[in-house]
Design a protein around this ligand. Structure first.
Ligand SMILES: Nc1ncnc2c1ncn2[C@@H]1O[C@H](COP(=O)(O)OP(=O)(O)O)[C@@H](O)[C@H]1O
Ligand SMILES: [Mg+2]
Length: 465
């Protein structure tokens, strides 16, 4: 829309052909919004949290500035936040969409800081933020409303920080998204489930792209011939499609909140769960290198932290390994036996830093390992911190192929976890003390025994096992 004249002409002509091309249009003196049924519900419904899962181009983002402005009005003034999953989307999506709607309305204001993406109108501040820096959300004053665009691509952390900003004002949250399952464990596994369980504060709407009068139905008809029903559901109907054939399909309540964001909180958690921390590690270059930290406490394994980085040389992971070993006071890292070269390189740097840790090659038998991990889940012996986004993402896309074998992708956290579980089983398997060791084991045992004999003993961690 370039000027009022062209847009009103456009609006008039479009009314004649009955094919509206945009959510709102401008006349000589008004900005007129013509929502579809679902958009009207979103604008009017009085729920603390509204989540909307739709197909592409269903009219979500274009509704965001209208909803935010309405909330500012409804509260008689107040600050609001608009969150996008990545920084680039602020300048390409959020800001232009917002500016074009508020232009020539009572919501038009000025940039308070263009650099910080803070806008100000007579109702309050409008903060444009990205979920990439979720911590920044914490630094914002209280707000009356938050929009999370493409919420399913935003981190769970961003969602909780946003909610915290709304607490004091008793404000509102609107989450707009396509139904990503892989990238989206929290929205599907928490919000949607809460809604299904009857949480009175949450409305979860699902609607199809076809509900948007501006939607190009020809494209849909073409795709209908090409795509599977599941793909159509995802792309156009906004429906969550649970991946078929998941390798690990554990119940949601094994995903738990473990706040260890500060050293004090970590200490508190460790005191409440006496035990020992271990790391499982998988190496990759084209693939990610992953560390999974697990706390083994009284027969239960709490997966509490993850490291997940792609495209770095082994030496470039060394700082992170050092940080994890120190922070979690880790004695043993169980690692992928084929990654021996990487581990030697990393260990050399650790030694230079004066950090000692024992590296143990993990049992890499996939079938055995998968069974062991599955048993941990089935026996409710393993819990995953909800902050472990990569693991949760991968668990949601790690599937069996048509031959009944796990596909060799989306399995990096799973591999590291498998090494960790196999390692812990080996350590705790008391039976091995009763059987006669092979000659090699005996030699190693002797070597280990004498190696450690004259060292000052740290606290005897095996007693926790
Ligand atoms: N109720 C509506 N009537 C007519 N056009 C609409 C309506 N809602 C949205 N649109 C238009 O459809 C297009 C796609 O909307 P958008 O909000 O970007 O979709 P999404 O964010 O769901 O992908 C935009 O040009 C928008 O103005
Ligand atoms: Mg959008």
């Amino acid at each position: 829309m370039t000027s009022r004249k062209t847009s009103s002409r456009k609006a008039n002509s479009s009314r004649k052909t009955n094919s509206r091309k945009s959510l709102w249009h401008t006349t000589e003196s008004f900005k007129i919004v013509e929502p579809n049924f679902y958009q009207a519900v979103i604008l009017l419904a009085d729920y603390k949290e509204i989540f909307v899962s739709t197909g592409v181009g269903a009219g979500k983002t274009s509704l965001a500035p209208i909803w935010l402005s309405l909330k500012q009005l409804q509260f008689g003034g107040g600050n609001v936040i608009w969150i996008e999953p990545i920084t680039r989307m602020l300048s390409t999506v959020a800001i232009p969409t917002y500016e074009s709607f508020v232009k020539d309305t009572i919501f038009e204001g000025k940039w308070k800081s263009k650099k910080e993406n803070v806008y100000k109108n007579k109702f309050g501040f409008v903060y444009f933020l990205t979920a990439e820096n979720a911590e920044h959300i914490q630094g914002i004053p209280d707000v009356v409303a938050v929009v999370m665009d493409e919420a399913g691509q935003c981190s769970r952390k961003a969602y909780y920080y946003a909610k915290a900003r709304l607490k004091r004002t008793n404000g509102y949250l609107l989450g707009l998204s396509n139904p990503y399952v892989n990238k989206d464990p929290w929205m599907y596994k928490e919000v949607y489930q809460d809604y299904l369980n009857g949480d009175p504060d949450i409305l979860f709407l699902t609607y199809s792209s076809l509900e948007n009068p501006a939607f190009n139905k020809e494209v849909y008809e073409k795709d209908k011939k090409k795509l599977s029903p599941e793909e159509l559901d995802f792309l156009y109907h906004g429906k969550f499609v649970k991946p078929q054939g998941l390798v690990f399909d554990y119940p949601n309540d094994l995903i738990v909140d473990i706040d260890i964001s500060t050293n004090e909180l970590l200490k508190k958690f460790e005191e409440e769960h006496p035990g020992r921390n271990f790391i499982g590690m998988d190496f990759g270059f084209g693939d990610p290198t992953v560390m999974i930290v697990g706390r083994w406490s009284e027969g239960k394994l709490y997966l509490i932290d993850e490291y997940y980085r792609t495209g770095l040389a082994p030496s470039e992971h060394a700082d992170a390994v050092a940080r994890f070993v120190k922070r979690y006071n880790v004695g043993i890292i169980f690692y992928d036996p084929s990654g021996i070269k990487d581990r030697l390189e990393i260990d050399k740097i650790l030694k230079e830093k004066g950090i000692r840790v024992t590296w143990k090659t993990a049992n890499n038998d996939i079938q055995k390992g998968l069974r062991a991990v599955d048993t941990f889940f089935k026996e409710r012996k393993m819990f995953i911190s909800a902050s472990m986004r990569h693991m949760l993402d991968e668990d949601n896309s790690y599937v069996y192929n048509s031959k009944g074998l796990p596909e060799d992708r989306n399995n990096h956290c799973e591999d590291a976890r498998r090494y960790l579980v196999m390692g812990i089983i080996r350590l705790t398997d008391k039976r091995r003390f009763y059987r006669r060791p092979t000659k090699k084991e005996a030699d190693n045992w002797l070597a280990e025994h004498f190696h450690g004999l004259f060292k000052k003993k740290k606290k005897d961690w095996i007693s926790y096992l």
